[in-house]
Design a protein around this ligand. Structure first.
Ligand SMILES: NC(=O)c1ccc[n+]([C@@H]2O[C@H](COP(=O)([O-])OP(=O)(O)OC[C@H]3O[C@@H](n4cnc5c(N)ncnc54)[C@H](OP(=O)(O)O)[C@@H]3O)[C@@H](O)[C@H]2O)c1
Length: 331
C-alpha cells in the first residue's frame, strides 16, 4: 500500500467506508472518451489501496458505470459497498415521477445491472425540491427496503435546504452534496444537523470537476462530449455540477492563489481532498477518477496530517474574497 486508508462510519448503516472513496460518473460517460479496460484498472487500483465505497448511478453511461462495478465485485474478494441512484431516468424529470411504479422499476434495473439481489444504498438523484414534501416517496423507499430490494437509502441534493429537508426523514442514511474548496456553505448549518442525526455525508465534486487538482490552464480544452465543454452554463443539467458553478477563469485564478497554501510535498489534489476531510461530519469524499495514477494521488490524501489552523484560516479568507459571491447563496 502507498498509504494507509482511513474509514468512517456511514450514518447508521454499520458500513465503515474509506474516507477517500470513488466517484464512478466519469467511467460511465459525459466526460469525453473513456476506455473500459483503463476504467477497470483504476477501479482495481482503488480496491488495492483500501477504497471500499463506490458511488454510481443508473444513468451514468446508461448502466455502463454500474456494469463496470458489477464486474469489479465479481473479480475481487474484498467486500465493497456500491451506492447507486434513482430518478434521473425520468423524462421529464418531475416530482410526480417519483412514484412507486417508477422507483420500483429503476431499482429493478439497477439490481440487474449490478448483478445483485439487494442494492447496498440507493440515493434519490437530485430530485425536484417538491419530492421532500411528499412523505409517500420515502414510504416507497421504506417498502423497497422491507422487500429486500435495498439495504439503505439516502439522497443526493443540489441545495443545502434540500439536504436539511431530507434528513427530517428518519430512514435517510446519507446525503450527497457538492462540498469542496469552492463550495463551503454545507459546513455552516447542514453538517452539524447531519452529525447530530448520524446521517452520512458524501462530498461530491471534491476536485471541482478536476480543476482543484491544479492541472488546468486557460488553454485547456475539453471534448465536445465532456460536460466541462457542454454544460459550462447549465445547458444540460444544473450548472453547479460543472466546476461547482464557478466560472472557469475565476476558478483558475483562485486555484493559483490556493497553490501558495499547499504544504511542501503535498499535491494540489491531495490538499483539496484533505481539506474536505477536516470536516468531521463528512463520511467520505468521492473523487471521480479515470486512471490508476489519479486514484493513487487521490487516495494519498487519506493518510495526510491535518492542515494547520493558519492554512484553514487562509483558505476561509480566500473563499470569502474570491468564489463565495458566485456560489454561496446559489446552492
Ligand atoms: N447529481 C449527483 O448526484 C452527482 C453529480 C456529480 C457527481 N456525482 C458523483 O460525485 C463523483 C465526483 O464528482 P465529479 O466526478 O463530478 O468531480 P470531481 O471528483 O471533482 O472530478 C473528477 C475528475 O477530475 C479529474 N481528476 C481526478 N483525479 C485527479 C487527479 N489526481 N489529478 C488530476 N485530475 C484528476 C478527472 O478528470 P480528467 O482526468 O478528465 O480531468 C476526474 O474525472 C462523481 O464521479 C459521481 O459519482 C454525483
Amino acid at each position: 500500500m502507498l498509504s494507509a486508508m482511513r474509514y468512517r462510519p456511514l450514518g447508521r448503516t454499520g458500513f465503515d467506508v474509506s474516507t477517500i472513496s470513488f466517484g464512478a460518473w466519469a467511467i460511465g460517460g459525459a466526460w469525453g472518451t473513456v476506455e473500459d479496460g483503463e476504467s477497470l484498472r483504476a477501479l482495481h487500483r482503488a480496491v488495492d489501496l483500501g477504497v471500499n465505497f463506490f458511488d454510481t448511478a443508473d444513468v451514468y453511461g446508461d448502466g455502463r458505470s454500474e456494469q463496470l462495478l458489477a464486474r469489479l465485485r465479481r473479480e475481487r474478494r474484498e467486500p465493497i459497498v456500491i451506492a447507486t441512484k434513482a430518478g434521473r431516468r425520468l423524462d421529464p424529470h418531475v416530482a410526480d415521477g417519483y412514484n412507486r411504479k417508477n422507483l420500483t422499476a429503476f431499482v429493478e434495473r439497477s439490481l440487474k445491472m449490478l448483478g445483485t439481489e439487494t442494492l447496498d444504498l440507493v440515493q434519490l438523484h437530485c430530485p425536484p425540491i417538491d419530492v421532500y414534501y411528499r412523505p409517500e416517496v420515502f414510504g416507497v423507499m421504506d417498502d423497497l427496503c422491507r422487500a429486500g430490494k435495498l439495504r439503505y437509502y439516502g439522497v443526493s441534493v443540489e441545495r443545502v435546504e434540500e439536504a436539511l429537508a431530507a434528513i427530517e426523514y428518519p430512514n435517510v442514511q446519507s446525503v450527497q452534496i457538492v462540498y469542496n474548496l469552492f463550495r463551503q456553505r454545507p459546513a455552516e448549518l447542514f453538517f452539524g444537523e447531519a452529525k447530530r442525526r448520524q446521517v452520512g455525508i458524501l462530498a461530491r465534486l471534491p476536485l471541482s470537476s478536476g480543476m482543484l487538482a491544479g492541472k488546468m490552464t486557460a488553454s485547456s480544452t475539453f471534448a465536445a462530449d465532456d460536460h466541462r465543454a457542454f454544460n459550462r452554463h447549465g445547458e444540460a443539467f444544473d450548472r453547479g455540477e460543472t466546476f461547482s458553478g464557478v466560472d472557469y477563469v475565476t476558478g483558475l485564478a483562485a486555484v493559483e492563489e490556493l497553490r501558495s497554501l499547499v504544504p511542501a510535498g503535498m499535491s494540489m489534489a491531495s490538499f483539496a481532498l484533505r481539506w474536505i476531510l477536516m470536516a468531521e461530519a463528512v463520511t467520505c469524499a468521492i473523487p471521480g477518477a479515470k486512471r490508476p495514477a489519479q486514484v493513487e494521488e487521490n487516495v494519498a490524501a487519506a493518510d495526510l496530517p491535518p492542515l494547520s489552523a493558519e492554512t484553514m484560516a487562509a483558505i476561509a479568507k480566500l473563499y470569502q474574497r474570491t468564489v463565495r459571491p458566485l456560489v454561496h447563496h446559489h446552492w
